[in-house]
Design a protein around this ligand. Structure first.
Ligand code: AMP
Length: 395
């Protein structure tokens, strides 16, 4: 796997696809700079070699070059993060862009305007990719968050750099860390799959069953399993048409020697509200009109024991409606158990969707081994898919 560490960028222009798709507030201020910070190691390596950086990114989903999607809003923030005044050009192809690139000196950074101001970007247009390819000597892909897209700047462009292409340090470390779970893992391996629906996690479960020893199922999706096994789940979230599939997963897990851990009790509520009345019930004896919104105290102990005995832990999806305080305890308890196991030497990866939000909310980021920066991209990696942005560098 070639990374920026395999190149010397002295007097070279690195054309880097970054993922600066950051959230902005009404005043166009960056509210979470995590993705900008994540690109820093790659950029610093190139500048320290004596090279310059041409940064390309998308921001949101513009239709008509709307100003709210301009990357000019993030220039000050990026300058602060990188410690260099970032230059900006209000286009990403054409004469003005070429001029800005040609005057770029070693040690300088140029940020191009939003790639998605051109529909050719998301269409993966070859001519557009070729125009972009003229803007640098070496192509670097560091945009993990966009690696599952076969867009012009994430995949197609790599064809124009048959030799001079490589992974940035962020993308390389995302691949390495997911491989620590899916390829070279230390046993026992435990996957915790939570979140709302079975249907959105089924491909992940199918893909990881061969690679894990324990499967913890929590969140709303657990109730489809409980109901399929004949339990009374009141008005808990359920996907009626996925019950057969849930039973198939249990059968498949048994065949492969994977121990499945379903909740034994639940915090149940009489409405989907933080002001609801609540009680603890057995997960399969929830009264009519009540719904399970979090794992119960016995379940939390049961899950923590499994986690304490694991050497590798994958966490995807919260085990309760953690956004509401009365239903956050299960997810916090799980986070604490993972933090403790990590302290004792286990490798823990949090990735994909809402578990990252939960980890940030409850300050577990520094207490787990790795938090993935890409929601959809990480989900697709866990599903076992080949990501076009990764494949294009390997080809
Ligand atoms: P996902 O994006 O599939 O990982 O789902 C995350 C969402 O699942 C979060 O917004 C949680 O509030 C929700 N969730 C977790 N547990 C439950 C539950 N028992 N009932 C309903 N929603 C849940």
């Amino acid at each position: 796997m070639k990374t920026v560490n395999d190149f010397n960028f002295k007097d070279k222009k690195a054309l880097i696809r970054v993922d600066f798709n950051v959230p902005l507030n009404e005043d166009y201020e960056v509210t979470d700079a995590t993705r900008i910070e994540a690109a820093k190691p790659t950029i610093i390596k190139i500048l320290e070699d004596g090279g310059s950086c041409v940064l390309m990114s998308h921001l949101g989903r513009p239709k008509n070059k709307e100003v709210e999607f301009s990357l000019k809003h993030i220039v000050n923030n990026a300058s602060e993060v990188f410690g260099v005044t970032v230059k900006f050009v209000n286009d990403c192809i054409g004469a003005v862009t070429q001029d800005a690139v040609s005057t770029l000196k070693p040690g300088e950074i140029l940020l191009l305007e939003n790639l998605r101001y051109y529909e050719e970007e998301t269409k993966g247009d070859r001519k557009f990719a070729e125009k972009l390819s003229k803007l640098g000597d070496i192509y670097v892909n560091d945009a993990f968050g966009a690696a599952h897209r076969a867009h012009a700047s994430t995949a197609i462009i790599a064809k124009f750099f048959p030799k001079n292409k490589c992974f940035g340090l962020l993308l390389a470390s995302e691949i390495e860390n997911v491989n620590k779970v899916l390829a070279n893992s230390q046993k026992p391996v435990t996957a915790i799959i939570g979140g709302a629906k079975v249907s959105s996690k089924i491909t992940i479960i199918e893909n990881i069953l061969d690679k894990i020893n324990h499967l913890i199922i929590g969140g709303g999706m657990a109730f489809t399993f409980v109901k399929a096994k004949g339990g009374a789940i009141g008005s808990s979230l359920v996907e009626e048409d996925k019950q057969e599939m849930a039973l198939d997963i249990l059968k498949m897990a048994k065949k492969k020697g994977v121990q499945v851990h379903l909740p034994s009790d639940a915090v149940v509520a009489d409405s989907f509200s933080e002001f609801a009345n609540t009680e603890i019930d057995g997960v399969d004896s929830i009264p009519d009109g009540w719904m399970g919104l979090d794992t119960g105290p016995n379940t939390n102990i049961q899950f923590a024991e499994v986690i304490a005995n694991s050497k590798t832990i994958l966490w995807n999806g919260p085990v309760g409606v953690f956004e509401m305080e009365p239903f956050a305890e299960g997810t916090i308890s799980l986070g604490n158990a993972i933090a403790e196991a990590t302290k004792n030497g286990a490798f823990s990866l949090v990735g994909g969707g809402d578990s990252v939000a939960a980890v940030k909310k409850f300050n577990f980021t520094e207490k787990v081994s790795y938090v993935s920066t890409g929601g959809g991209a990480m989900l697709e990696m866990l599903e076992g898919k080949t990501l076009p942005g990764i494949q294009a560098i390997l080809d």
